[in-house]
Design a binder for this molecule. Structure first.
Ligand SMILES: Nc1ncnc2c1ncn2[C@@H]1O[C@H](COP(=O)(O)OP(=O)(O)OP(=O)(O)O)[C@@H](O)[C@H]1O
Length: 572
């Protein structure tokens, strides 16, 4: 968007998206210009037509039939160029929209997790549903379509000047009045279009949240109250939309009226010149037709203003997202893989605080030798998940270093780090796909046998076989058609199939039934073989698996030990 200041990141993306279209856009604009030029011919034909029928001296050699035939040809040319330019412009618009949507999605996928924690889902979704479309439509539809319209206006003024210079001067003098009115009326629209966009995102976000919490709403009988909450957002939006529509509805007729009054003035001056004999009838008719040519671009300008405001707001919201830096991975780092993935994990003097909060860890240190099974316990909110997120580099320490096999994890590629670690959390994330596809998520090329083996290790195989279509059973969004324990078993199978060097189980068997957990514990040697395992758990059966138990409290890890006969934990 070359004319708008402060849109650097978006401009880069838009230029990239539109580059493949530049050839077709140039052809479409050229065709639109041709259409505009052909439109300029009609008043000329009308002038000659008038002089033919009034038997004025005509400069046209082929008589009335020839004139009409040529006029018809010009009109056909106008239709053809309009069709071709319209098609090419809308096709370029659709293609630009597709590329922009893809770039937006790729960019969002590359952003760090904290970005998503501070944004509403509805705001992000409306970037796809409204903003990208608004910018693409403005650039390829409105703006590209406007250039020829401006050319028609200029061309018509030049043609008028050739017939009657005083009339053309009047048109030039009226133009600033017109633009001033456009600016004044548009002022009311500007802030409204931003507020409407924010209101739309907020209503969309609330609807999305409520639909995803449908069971909660029903269990607390909140249908009415939550429905009312949504209704009040929609009412607010409607008030804003009504105001916006009022201004929008006013804009086009006001401009139309202004330009019609201008045409009346032109007509009046032309009539005076006709009566004075300084203007022929053919010139008079042509002038009138050129005046009428002004009306279409004028109402187009009113639309342009409204759409321009919407596109500006959309561009601002997109710019805010594109300006966000992706997960920190400088070029040099992105090519460095972990050299010793099976090496020891060392967390050294890590200081970490969430933005605006007091430090969670001031100097956290931990050494985990390769192949160790370490359990971490701690109260709710002690920072266990945060510690795992630091390992995965979902967040980075403010100071201190985390190394694997002696390599600083901030100096290796994120992909090599994350392909080393598999994490199973209490809140399982599953896709609306088959059980097999969910297990294969990280390893799409895995064979059926490998999938069954991983499911076996996770104590999931027998349960999956009892599902209606076994491994082919579709499990619904987020795995809604499965029980909590079934979901966890599938997530565990998915993690094991990835054959990670580091396996992190964050209360990963909490929803297993007691037999399932006992089976998993009894067979864990096979699942844990050759891996470093971090268990976040309070469950005695799982704690008993650990070589070492650490208790996290006040940002410090203390070693505990287990009394095997009681499975009780006490400080060592
Ligand atoms: N994204 C976040 N932004 C701000 N604060 C956060 C964020 N995530 C966690 N916290 C805060 O950091 C603290 C540690 O949270 P964390 O989830 O690491 O604890 P936990 O030990 O895993 O707890 P639990 O046993 O309940 O799972 C909590 O006080 C929590 O409120």
């Amino acid at each position: 968007m070359p004319t708008m200041p402060g849109f650097d990141h978006l401009r880069h993306v838009v230029v990239h998206a539109m580059r493949p279209e530049s050839y077709w856009l140039a052809i479409a604009i050229a065709l639109s210009f041709a259409q505009g030029l052909l439109a300029l011919l009609s008043p000329w034909f009308a002038g000659h037509f008038a002089s033919e029928i009034m038997l004025e001296s005509s400069s046209f050699d082929y008589g009335l039939p020839g004139l009409m035939a040529l006029w018809a040809l010009v009109l056909a040319g106008q239709a053809l160029t309009r069709f071709l330019s319209g098609f090419l412009l809308t096709r370029s618009g659709a293609r630009t929209l597709a590329v922009l949507s893809r770039r937006l999605h790729d960019h969002l996928l590359a952003l760090p997790i904290p970005f998503f924690e501070s944004r509403k889902r509805g705001d992000l979704l409306s970037l796809y549903s409204n903003d990208v479309a608004s910018v693409a439509h403005f650039l390829t539809g409105t703006l590209a379509g406007l250039l020829p319209a401006v050319a028609v206006l200029l061309g018509a003024t030049v043609m008028m000047a050739r017939i009657d210079s005083q009339v053309a001067l009047l048109v030039v003098l009226l133009a600033p009045v017109f633009f001033l009115t456009l600016k004044l009326l548009g002022r009311g629209l500007r802030s409204l279009s931003d507020q409407v966009a924010a209101g739309q995102a907020s209503a969309l976000g609330l609807a999305g949240e409520q639909l995803s919490l449908i069971a909660l709403i029903k269990s607390f009988n909140r249908q009415h109250r939550d429905g009312e909450l949504f209704a009040s957002r929609v009412r607010d939006l409607l008030t804003l939309r009504s105001d916006q529509l009022w201004w929008q509805a006013l804009l086009a007729p006001a401009l139309q009226l202004l330009s019609s009054l201008g045409i009346l003035l032109v007509l009046w001056l032309s009539a005076i010149h006709l009566q004075q004999g300084s203007l022929e009838l053919s010139g008079f008719v042509s002038l009138l037709m050129y005046g009428l040519l002004f009306t279409r671009p004028v109402s187009g300008l009113a639309n342009l203003y409204g759409e321009g405001l919407q596109a500006r707001g959309a561009a601002q919201r997109l710019q805010l997202v594109f300006a966000q830096a992706p997960e920190p991975e400088p070029e040099a780092v992105s090519r460095t893989a972990l050299a010793r993935p099976g090496g020891a994990i060392d967390i050294a003097r890590v200081y970490f605080a969430y933005p605006g909060q007091k430090a969670l860890f001031e100097s956290l240190s931990l050494h985990i030798p390769p192949g160790e099974i370490v359990a971490i316990t701690g109260d709710n909110g002690a920072g266990k998940s945060t510690l795992l997120h630091l390992l995965m580099r979902f967040v980075d320490p403010i100071s201190g270093v985390i190394t694997i096999g002696g390599q600083n994890t901030r100096k290796v590629s994120l992909s090599s780090l994350r392909s080393l670690i598999a994490i199973v959390t209490q809140r399982v994330l599953l896709l609306d796909a088959s059980v097999a596809d969910n297990i294969r998520y990280g390893m799409p090329a895995a064979t059926d046998e490998a999938v069954y083996a991983a499911a076996g290790l996770a104590q999931a195989h027998a349960i999956i076989q009892r599902l209606p279509q076994g491994y082919a059973t579709r499990i619904g969004e987020g795995g809604v058609r499965l029980s909590g324990g079934e979901q966890q078993r599938i997530a565990l199978a998915r993690a094991l199939l990835a054959d990670p060097k580091i396996l992190i189980l964050d209360e990963a068997t909490a929803m297993f039934d007691s037999q399932g957990e006992a089976d998993f514990v009894a067979n864990s040697a096979a699942a844990f073989a050759g891996r470093t395992v971090i268990l976040v758990t309070h469950r005695p059966a799982s704690l008993a698996l650990a070589d070492r138990i650490l208790h996290l409290e006040s940002g410090v890890l203390r070693q505990m030990s287990v009394a095997p006969e009681h499975k009780e934990v006490f400080e060592a």
